[in-house]
Write a protein that binds this ligand. Structure first.
Ligand code: SIN
Ligand code: FE2
Length: 221
């Protein structure tokens, strides 16, 4: 009985510690969690982008997104006139997406574990590149098969204002400044919360130049 009680408390208590902020139940910001591996991530990203260059996809409504995207891993997220989906092939080349670098998968696994989601093994990494002015309007990540796994989102380069809202798109969204190396993990009761990124302010970052790069890890299939 006491052991059961302890176990349920341990699961429900967010592992708040230095550099960890709760954004909502199930959503944690791990400040600087990726900072020490950022150079390695960006070097590995270069190899991904050589095979699957960044491109601006179209929404199902026919608008071009301001954020440039690519993917690595077994599945990649794509958007076009037919809708949103995960595809094992890059529609631009017809080839499979580049494999997910070990540095990516390992960081995602560690961050998820730190946020209480042990055993996270992402099969998809959507890479978003924001130039000054690029933004991502409020949306839910809901094209994945199993919402039991969290989303792990890594910020590199220029800072941005992340919006973290509610179950409905019209719910008020919190504005969270994200810096190079920050990681946000959302799952459980936060898994389908709306989120977005405000228009990127201009600036220059020593590792990414005039851009912000976001790695978003999912278990999609
Ligand atoms: C996303 O929602 O896929 C990206 C979020 C971000 O760029 O921080
Ligand atoms: Fe998203």
């Amino acid at each position: 009985m006491a052991a059961d009680l302890f176990e349920s408390l341990a699961i429900e208590m967010p592992p708040i510690g230095p550099g960890v902020e709760a954004l909502a139940p199930g959503a944690l910001l791990l400040r600087g969690f990726a900072a020490s591996v950022a150079r390695e991530l960006l070097a590995d990203l270069r190899r991904v982008v050589d095979r699957a260059p960044f491109r601006r996809m179209s929404t199902p409504g026919g608008l071009r997104m301001s954020v440039a995207m690519t993917n690595c891993g077994e599945l990649g997220w794509v958007s076009d006139r037919r809708g949103y989906r995960y595809d094992p092939a890059d529609p631009d080349s017809g080839l499979r997406w580049p494999p997910m670098p070990d540095s990516f998968a390992e960081l995602a696994r560690r961050a998820a574990g730190h946020a209480g989601f042990a055993g996270f093994a992402p099969d998809a990494c959507l890479v978003n590149r924001y130039a000054p002015g690029a933004r991502l309007s409020l949306h839910q990540d809901r094209d994945e098969r199993d919402f039991g796994w969290p989303i792990v989102s890594v910020s590199l380069g220029l800072p941005a204002i992340f919006q973290f809202g509610g179950a409905r798109r019209s719910d008020k969204a919190r504005r969270v400044p994200l810096q190079h190396g920050d990681v946000v993990v959302w799952g459980g009761p936060a898994r389908l919360k709306h989120h977005g990124v405000l228009a990127l302010a201009d600036g220059e970052h020593p590792l990414t130049g005039r851009s912000r790069v976001n790695l978003t890890f999912r278990k999609a299939g």
